[in-house]
Design a protein around this ligand. Structure first.
Ligand code: IMP
Length: 176
């Protein structure tokens, strides 16, 4: 097995946990207490974030997953989004929140928002753990943002570089 360099810490575990707790509280304040919230995690990157977010929520929460990929193997998104795995259940009439790991160019979230909105949810919101506003190619509104970061390629906490580092318990930056 080749050795991989250890990324330097950008956001440590405790800071991420505290922020996710705040995001869960902010989300729950915005919905009537008896409403049911349907979280849609975007695979693969959001799997750690959605697990933590959901465990801080006390409302009735259900979860489903969708998988997309952008063409190309570069560390940068290449502009086209493909649906790799659709949701298991319909979302018509439900309060849906798309849970994303990071919003970079904004293409993935724009695509997903359009696809899901066309299915007639009762409401549709978005939450992301990280956002890199300086990289946007399309303007996209994210309802709840964990951290805004500068233009670094980050890994850990679900985020990968060539499928490695998803299990890092912090958000790190790969050195050149
Ligand atoms: P967007 O469509 O450009 O907004 O990109 C969203 C997707 O690109 C994310 O869900 C990630 O899978 C991937 N991505 C963007 N920036 C990074 C990064 O810094 N590290 C790891 N993956 C990233």
């Amino acid at each position: 097995m080749p050795l991989h360099p250890i990324p330097s810490v950008l956001l440590e575990t405790e800071r991420i946990s505290a922020r996710i707790r705040e995001l869960a509280e902010a989300i729950e304040r915005d919905y009537p207490p008896d409403e049911h919230i349907h979280l849609v995690g975007v695979l693969k990157g959001a799997f750690v974030f959605i697990a933590d977010l959901a465990r801080h929520m006390t409302s009735r929460v259900t979860m489903d997953f969708i998988a997309v990929s952008s063409y190309g193997k570069d560390t940068r998104t290449s502009g086209e989004v493909r649906l790799l795995k659709d949701l298991d259940t319909g979302i018509e009439g439900r309060h849906v929140i798309i849970v994303e790991d990071i919003v970079d160019t904004g293409l993935t979230l724009t695509y997903l928002t359009e696809v899901l909105r066309a299915r007639g949810p009762k409401s549709l919101r978005t939450v992301c753990l990280l956002s890199k506003p300086s990289r946007r190619q399309v303007p996209v509104e994210v309802d709840y943002v964990g951290f805004q970061i500068d233009d670094h390629f980050v890994v850990g906490y679900g985020l990968d570089y060539a499928e490695i580092y998803r299990n890092l318990p912090y958000i790190g930056v790969l050195q050149d």
